[in-house]
Design a protein around this ligand. Structure first.
Ligand code: SF4
Length: 352
């Protein structure tokens, strides 16, 4: 069952914000300018005692800069963990707002900067804290599980925070204990977990505007053209895409699968920024983005997250120069949000 409470105006607002984000993306710098920008950004990071933590979905310049300057390129949880354990006094997040908030929740004493404070996420936007809290109040017998792609306020209302890497196992464990659950905000991932575990999950009706664009029928035709290809799918994708997958997993799990599977050709259904890391870690293999076009397609995203693509070298430099875009979270919310995040980290640690 899906949550019927999400207003149509919320959906329209998400589409409008995505459109604005797409319009604000800057053209990549010319090669000569790029080198100068990389050098300037590296010097500023050093001057500001700052470490750059980048998500797999941001552009390759930022990924390379993060690695070359002692930062990291990772999924959202590892980004927060890395910022927490690193000695730098400032953590600069190349990603979207909820990632900056998670870093701040775990490292309240550090200065956490977002390269682009307007970088949002349709899952976060599609789960407003007040509406969600009311929904939870209507189902007091259910354990509340929220995905990492949510605001600090929503995390503060949850019993558990999860990433896609542990979602299925955690839900299976809680279900085995007889627990009924609310799952938010991604309905596709929730539906996948529900089908995998048979758990009693009440699903919030949110979606990632990038992953929901992948098309099962067109992917099926592409597979026929490349019968030896392995298909890697992120579980925020529709069921018709997931059922064609050789591997369904989190960003990190898909990168590892690309290295380990005995295939030289992959079709990848997740945000196209991940292809940089896949090509870097498996240079002899060929990677093709899964189709977002085809019958009924609008190609609203074309596998590119409009908010992730707001992050670029020029904005990073401006942020470091101004010391702007600091993440701040109400301390009472932060303390409450920290509890389900630590629960998740401990669950992951026990399973490692
Ligand atoms: S790719 Fe989807 S889930 Fe990731 S930040 Fe963008 S909108 Fe959110």
């Amino acid at each position: 069952m899906l949550n019927p409470n999400l207003a149509e105006s919320d959906q329209a607002s998400i589409a409008q914000k995505a459109k604005q984000a797409r319009a604000s993306a800057q053209a990549p710098p010319a090669p000569a300018a790029r080198q100068a920008l990389l050098q300037q950004a590296a010097e500023l990071l050093s001057r500001e005692d700052a470490v750059l933590v980048a998500h797999y979905y941001v552009d390759s310049d930022l990924q390379e800069l993060a690695e070359d300057t002692g930062g990291c390129v990772a999924d959202s949880l590892e980004m927060a963990r890395f910022g927490f354990t690193h000695s730098a006094s400032t953590v600069v997040v190349a990603g979207v707002r909820f990632m900056g908030e998670t870093a701040k929740i775990l490292s309240p004493e550090k200065r956490v900067l977002l390269i682009e404070p307007q970088a949002e996420c349709s899952l976060d936007l599609g789960c407003p804290a007040d509406t969600f809290s009311t929904f939870c109040d209507q189902h007091p017998d259910r354990t509340v599980i929220v995905y990492a792609n949510t605001s600090a306020e929503v995390k503060a209302r949850a019993d558990w925070v999860v990433t896609s890497s542990i979602a299925r196992d955690l839900v299976a464990d809680l279900s085995a204990k007889g627990e009924k659950m609310i799952w938010a905000p991604d309905r596709y991932l929730g539906d996948y977990v529900k089908r995998q575990t048979g758990a009693d999950l009440l699903l919030w009706d949110g979606s990632c505007i990038v992953h929901e664009e992948f098309k099962g029928e067109v992917l099926s035709n592409l597979k026929k053209q490349h019968p030896r290809a392995k298909v890697l799918v992120h579980p925020e994708s529709p069921a018709s895409v997931i059922e064609l997958a050789d591997v369904v997993g989190s960003t990190t799990q898909l990168i590892v699968a690309a290295q380990q599977l005995d295939s030289s050709f992959f079709i990848v259904a997740t945000e196209e920024g991940i292809l940089h890391k896949m090509r870097q870690t498996a240079p002899d293999k060929t990677f093709l983005a899964a189709p977002t076009a085809g019958e009924g397609a609008t190609c609203v995203s074309c596998a590119r997250c409009p908010w992730m693509k707001m992050n670029d070298l020029q904005r990073l430099i401006a942020t470091l120069q101004a010391g702007s875009s600091q993440v701040s979270i109400d301390e009472e919310i932060r303390i409450r949000a920290e509890v389900p995040i630590h629960r998740m980290v401990e669950y992951g640690r026990q399973r490692a």
